[in-house]
Structures are given as structure tokens and as C-alpha cells.
Design a protein around this ligand. Structure first.
Ligand code: SF4
Length: 480
């Protein structure tokens, strides 16, 4: 992956009277940092009142020891964000929070709603944000609207009843962790686009998290996934499950391909093993005559290992990655920018020179990074460069919580496979088929959203929402 499509967020929720909840939430967010690096926040309650602390930056930059010590309570939610609706501002950082005469509510969202404008209109008709001080803080995201809806419904009902009324009115992708002063809630949309799992501590406390890797880090054991269309409520009475919609499962296949951490399990399948099988299938579908299979680190590693195993070609590490180039990296000058990807990756001439090389990656978005990679490999002495991608060409934008470029910037939408090969100057280029990708998950073929590869959108996108997202084109016929 060229870092050109980004996940939308990681969410956490903890109910654990016998634990240091703020610290556990911090570590769980730390495990989910790959899902969002723009901002982070924690809301916590001691049963009577709630505190929210959030800021722009990485989890480790937002929180320090004194801050964590000041966050006391036994119910919490946490969030790390990459923006899909709304700019990267402090006000748009989550958890979002509303306080009204009947209570407080905080919400953390992974996903993206596709009826935001309708919800905004409904909220305005119902009287708008009920927060007495109108503390909207200039935020501009769909999450804020949902939180205001809940706060308004709280006026007549308890939070659980409010959620049961409101959730069926939402359309799009949402895995929420929500809390009032006493209760933690986890909600997953009927399609289950984004993951959300339930874990438990030996002490009896509960955890909700986007991925199982967060449970591992804080010593909780995996219990089960929150089901699509399910809401769980966790408080002193234990866990209660409500269904607010019949499931119509279409989980994001890209979570398996790229977004989730390889040490997580999605729908019961270990992500590393799935990616390894994708590499194996890629080798079966698109063999290459070569002396070396190497990954684009880190995301291409499991597929390269699978490709090498099936093809019998030697696996090697042909790039050294600088692991300290992150979002806080001081942007290079124009002259330095010519070095481009070299800031992050440096080829190992000793491994590459004189060889025909297969290089694997999980996807091509704009194609510019892949082109630089091929150029670097040739400079390092590769005799031939064969690019193998462990997913099909991305041709359509995502409206369900993944930030992708507009369709006219997706090279797979604009050029045929041969056109892309020519653009990146590879000797050969092949993508994994949609069928091969799905088969590698070893899950039922009707379990997935594949819209960015197939244009088969599980939820139609209202025209106005297309414009809201600045995606002005409707899907066009395939170009190859
Ligand atoms: S369009 Fe692509 S990235 Fe978006 S939810 Fe569907 S499979 Fe995932």
C-alpha cells in the first residue's frame, strides 16, 4: 500500500471497576494506532460525571502520565482518528461529547455515514443540538450529529432506549463505542463494514475494541465479535444484547487485505494467515520467472512469504525501512522530495543486484509510489522487476469509512492493467482476482463489501452525499 488510502479510526470501550481504566484505554488505543494517527481521545466516567480529554496527534503525543492519572473512573471509551467526514481539527477529534439536563453522552465512531445531510435536517427539525451551552465547538463530522441525536432522545428515555430508536435511522458504516455516566455501549451497523469485538478481563471487566490486537495488549481474552445489527450494553448488571436491525453482512474486505493489523483476527480468521494465502493464490494465478521474492515492507510481507512458498522462489528482504518516518516527520524540501520514498525505504543492493525480482504489495492506489519502487529496484541492479499485488485493481471510491482519493486519481480506474504496468515501468504486473482474494479469507463469499474493486455498493450512495464527500463522479464503466 502506498499510504494513499487510510483507515478511518480505531475505537475502544472499557467497563472495569477493578482496573486502571484510563491506562488500559490508552494502551488499547496504542495497539490501534495504525487505524488513525490524526487525533486521539478518551472519555471516562466515575459513575456520576464524565471527563473527555482529546487532542491532535498520536496517542503517545496526546497523553502523558499526569493526564492519565487525572482521568479517573471505571467506564471509558477511546478513539484514534483519521478523518473521512470533517477536517482534521481539535473540534472534530473524538470522542464527541454532549451534556444535557438529563445526562451526558460520549461517542467514538469508526466508519462513515451516508445519510449525514438527512440526519442533520432531522436533527434541526427536532430542535437541534440540545446541549444547553451550544458547545458545538465548530465540529463538522457525522459523529457529532449522532451524538446530538442521542443527547436529545435521552431527554425522554434512558440511553439504551434512545440508541434503539436512533440506530435504525442511520445509514452507512458505523462501529460505535458509546457511554453515558454508568453504561458502556457497543454498536455495529447491519452490514458490519467495520470490525468491533468484545473481550473480558479475568477480573470480570469488559472491553470493546476495533481489533483483537488491542485485547492482547491489555490482557483481555476475546469473547466474540459484536454482530452486525447488534447493540451491546455493559454495566453493573453485566452484558445485554439488543438487535436493532436484521444483519445483511457486507464487511470490508480491505480490512483483511490491508487495514487490520496482521496479529488481529477478523471474523475468526487471523489476518496474517489470510494475507499469506493471498500471496499463495497470487503465485498460482500469476507466476513469474524470478530468483527473488521480496515485499514492500511492511504491508507486503505476508503475501510475499505466501508467494515465495507456493512459487518455490527464494524469499528475501530487499528493502530496509526507516521506522521513524511518521506523521510528525518534518516535510522534506522540494529538492529532498525528489528522493521521495527513499526517506522511508532504502533498497539492499547486495540482495537485489543481478536478479529477476518479484516485489509484492497489497494494493496500488495512485501508482506514484509503486513507480518509484520499481525505479529504485532497477537502480539497485535488478535485472527484471515483476510487481504482484495481493488485491484487485481499486477502481471506485469508498463511502464506508476508508479515505481514498477521488476516482479520477485511482490509477486502476483510469488505466488498464497494461497501462498501469507501463506507467510504473515494471516488466510485468498482475493483481489478485476478486475471487482469489475472497477465497483466501476462507469465509463465505457473500460476507463482503468489494465495492472499491467491483462497484457493487451494498448501500446506495445518495447523490447529495456524493457531493458532500467531494466525489463528483458516479461510477463509470471499467477501463479494462
Ligand atoms: S468500498 Fe472497499 S474499502 Fe470501502 S468498505 Fe467496501 S471493500 Fe472496504
Amino acid at each position: 500500500m502506498s499510504g494513499e488510502a487510510r483507515d478511518a479510526c480505531g475505537v475502544v470501550g472499557i467497563y472495569a471497576p477493578d482496573e486502571d481504566v484510563a491506562r488500559l484505554t490508552y494502551y488499547a488505543l496504542y495497539a490501534l494506532q495504525h487505524r488513525g494517527q490524526e487525533s486521539a481521545g478518551i472519555a471516562i466516567s466515575n459513575g456520576d460525571s464524565m471527563v473527555v480529554y482529546k487532542d491532535l496527534g498520536l496517542v503517545s503525543q496526546v497523553f502523558d502520565e499526569p493526564t492519565l492519572k487525572s482521568l479517573r473512573g471505571h467506564v471509558s471509551i477511546g478513539h484514534c482518528r483519521y478523518s473521512t467526514t470533517g477536517r482534521n481539527t481539535w473540534a472534530n477529534a473524538q470522542p464527541s461529547f454532549k451534556s444535557g439536563p438529563e445526562g451526558q453522552v460520549a461517542l467514538a465512531h469508526n466508519g462513515n455515514l451516508v445519510n449525514t445531510l438527512d440526519l442533520k435536517r432531522q436533527l434541526d427539525e427536532a430542535g437541534g443540538d440540545p446541549t444547553p451551552n451550544r458547545a458545538r465547538l465548530g465540529s463538522s463530522n457525522d459523529t457529532e450529529i449522532v451524538t446530538a441525536f442521542i443527547a436529545r432522545a435521552q431527554r425522554q428515555r434512558d440511553t439504551r432506549q434512545a440508541l434503539k430508536e436512533i440506530m435504525p435511522r442511520l445509514s452507512g458504516a458505523f462501529s460505535f463505542t458509546i457511554m453515558d455516566e454508568q453504561t458502556l455501549f457497543g454498536v455495529r451497523d447491519p452490514y458490519g463494514f467495520r470490525p468491533l469485538c468484545i473481550g473480558r478481563f479475568d477480573s470480570g471487566g469488559w472491553v470493546l475494541a476495533s481489533e483483537t490486537c488491542a485485547l492482547d495488549l491489555i490482557g483481555a481474552r476475546f469473547i466474540r465479535d459484536v454482530e452486525p445489527g447488534e447493540m451491546v450494553s455493559i454495566n453493573a448488571d453485566g452484558l445485554t444484547s439488543d438487535r436493532f436491525a436484521a444483519p445483511s453482512v457486507a464487511t470490508c474486505v480491505f480490512e483483511h487485505v490491508y487495514f487490520a493489523r496482521p496479529d488481529s483476527a477478523l471474523m475468526g480468521q487471523n489476518v496474517y494467515a489470510t494475507r499469506y494465502r493471498m500471496g499463495q493464490r497470487l503465485a498460482e494465478e500469476s507466476p513469474a520467472a524470478a530468483e527473488l521474492v521480496m515485499p514492500l515492507p511492511d504491508s507486503g510481507v505476508p503475501s510475499a512469504q505466501g508467494y515465495a512458498q507456493t512459487s518455490g522462489i527464494v524469499y528475501g528482504e530487499g528493502f530496509v525501512k526507516n521506522r521513524y518516518v511518521g506523521r510528525t516527520f518534518i516535510q522534506p524540501t522540494q529538492a529532498m522530495r525528489q528522493q521521495g520514498i527513499r526517506m522511508k525505504l532504502n533498497p539492499l543492493r547486495e540482495v537485489i543486484a543481478g536478479k529477476r525480482v518479484v516485489v509484492t504489495d497489497d494494493s496500488i492506489v495512485r501508482g506514484n509510489t509503486t513507480r518509484q519502487i520499481v525505479h529504485m529496484l532497477r537502480e539497485a541492479g535488478a535485472r527484471e522487476v515483476h510487481v504482484r499485488i495481493s488485491s484487485p485493481p481499486i477502481k471506485w471510491p469508498c463511502f464506508y469509512g476508508i479515505d481514498m482519493p477521488n476516482q479520477d486519481e485511482l490509477i486502476g480506474s483510469q488505466l488498464s492493467v497494461e497501462g498501469v504496468r507501463d506507467h510504473i515501468s515494471a516488466d510485468s504486473l498482475a493483481y489478485l482476482s476478486i475471487e482469489g482474494m475472497i477465497a483466501a479469507t476462507e469465509l463465505p463469499s457473500d460476507s463482503f463489501c468489494t465495492a472499491c474493486f467491483s462497484s457493487d455498493y451494498p448501500i446506495p450512495i445518495p447523490e447529495r452525499e456524493l457531493h458532500t464527500k467531494n466525489v463528483l463522479e458516479t461510477p463509470r464503466p471499467r477501463s479494462d
